[in-house]
Design a protein around this ligand. Structure first.
Ligand SMILES: [Zn+2]
Length: 283
């Protein structure tokens, strides 16, 4: 009975016929979706937390959506086509149909980009760091999917079922320095914040004082530092100190719950300790 109910709910959600409160119901029936929850952080600014992640229990990934009069801006696309599709359907409920669509990818990792085609095929202009473009050329979707499946010991069928038909194409606009997008007079600041990886971007929306931090900020968990060393971790701290100077009401981290500015200090302290540990051990 429970399974049947879940299935019905998933079908209703994918038909786009329900309002947000129903959307936090469990979604195990849809591979690659997780249990997303939508929070309206400020008027016309949504955070989508709890999207599927292939890491063991409890770890999920986040995304965001900003609506202006004539545009919609997605920040990240989840780890599967199902997640990207979900984000699109959440946004579509508010659209008239003639809006300009943007997708900003905070970095090149699978958990933030695998859903991109679901949004791109609706006409989105994709914006990312130049290094993300380089990675997509080097490892397009199928290859990246196979890499993860081999790493995790998944049969190809499982990867197809969970991730979907992942296609990573070169972003339409590639940046390597802070860039202000002006959309109908409203500013969206795309900040280059390397540390976790060199392609890392953070998105700051001054109107609502929201920071979509990608993996520059983790909430409540250890930070993933294995992609860098001392130089990168120090750079990461510099970027966090820079973000700390912004006027921020809400942070949408790449992973974990929505949080406040104090989380930036926790991330800085985590990295300082990581550096100290390495200095002592001469790793
Ligand atoms: Zn991530």
């Amino acid at each position: 009975m429970r399974n049947k109910l879940l299935r019905i709910c998933a079908i209703i959600i994918f038909s786009g016929a329900v309002s947000y409160p129903c959307l936090s119901i469990v979604y195990e029936q849809v591979p690659g979706l997780g249990s997303p929850e939508i929070t309206e952080i400020a008027k016309n600014v949504l955070a989508v937390t709890g999207l599927y992640h292939s890491a063991e229990s409890g770890f999920t990934v986040n995304a965001g959506i900003i609506f202006t009069d004539q545009s919609v801006v997605f920040i990240d696309s989840g780890m599967s086509i199902a997640s990207g599709e979900f984000l699109w359907q959440v946004a579509e409920k508010r659209l008239k149909g003639d809006e300009d669509i943007y997708l900003i990818l905070t970095h090149n990792h699978s958990d933030h980009v695998f859903g991109m085609q679901a949004i791109k095929k609706r006409g989105a202009k994709v914006i990312a760091h130049k290094i993300t473009g380089m990675w997509f050329r080097r490892m397009p979707g199928e290859q990246y999917k196979k890499f993860l499946a081999d790493r995790d010991g998944w049969p190809p069928e499982k990867a197809d079922s969970v991730y979907g038909n992942v296609v990573l194409t070169e972003p339409d606009e590639m940046i390597d320095q802070d860039t202000v997008l002006t959309i109908e007079g409203e500013e969206i600041h795309v900040l280059v914040t390397p540390g976790h990886v060199p392609s890392e971007l953070s998105v700051y929306y001054p109107r609502s004082k929201t920071l979509f931090a990608g993996d520059t900020i983790y909430e409540g968990s250890e930070l993933t530092t294995r992609f860098g060393g001392l130089v990168e971790w120090k750079l990461w701290i510099t970027q966090l100190e820079r973000l700390n100077k912004l006027e921020i009401s809400t942070i949408v981290p790449g992973h974990g719950k929505l949080c406040a500015k104090e989380e930036i200090d926790r991330n800085i302290n985590y990295l300082r300790k990581r550096i100290e540990k390495r200095d002592k051990s001469n790793e």
